[in-house]
Each structure stands twice: as C-alpha cells, then as structure tokens.
Design a protein around this ligand. Sequence first.
Ligand code: ZN
Length: 138
Amino acid sequence: MKSYRKELWFDTKKRRELINITRQVAEALRESGIREGLVLVNAMHITASVFINDDESGLHADFERWLEGLAPEKPYSLYQHNGAEDNGDAHLKRTIMGREVVVAVTEGRLDFGPWEQIFYGEFDGKRRKRALVKIIGE
Ligand code: ZN
C-alpha cells in the first residue's frame, strides 16, 4: 500500500471564505500516483472546515446567512469562549460544517457524485492556516 501526504495552505483576505480546493486535491492525487484507494482531506484548525457541496454562489450566500443565523459573529459577548479571543462563532460554525471529507479514488480519479466539489471553509481567517490531504491505496 502506498501513502501520500500534502498540506494545502490558505491566507484569506476575509474572516469567512469558502474556497473550492477540488483542483488542489486532484493535483495531490496525481502526484501520489495512487489509482485505487481513499483521499482524506481535513482542516488542521478548529475554526475551519472541509466539506463537499455545490460550487454555486447562491448556495454559498445561503451558507453564510444560515451560519450567521445559528452562530452570529457579533456581539462577541454572546460567547463564553470569547475574552482573549473573538472566535467563539467560528468554532461553532466549523463544528456544524464538519472537519473532514473522504473521497473514493477509482482509476486514478476522485470518484464524485454529480456536482460534488471539495471546499475549505474558513470561519476565522486573515492568517495562515492549512488543510491536510492524506491519500492511501495502490
Ligand atoms: Zn477560539
């Protein structure tokens, strides 16, 4: 069995951004040479997510509004976690959007359903953060 590891780094301009990382994950898969197996992609931070959904701008606006409804960024006093930090909302957003995805690898390709794309969801950005890509198989 082969394995391959790669880190993807991000430095978002905004506090919250959704970034389509499908191309970078497919590139890591090519580099790995693995034809049959599994790809794991996980955020390496507890205020960011990796998830699979549609790359459609209306849906991304809906995610923003929905998450702000569930866990608004402000007022910062809303969260017991805030004090030295102001990212209580980002921890909650990350939890509901998920930490990681697993995608099957078939004949050297990401074996997606229709419209599936992989996203890095940043909820406390404007600094360097990363996601892990781990690929196993043969
Ligand atoms: Zn925190």
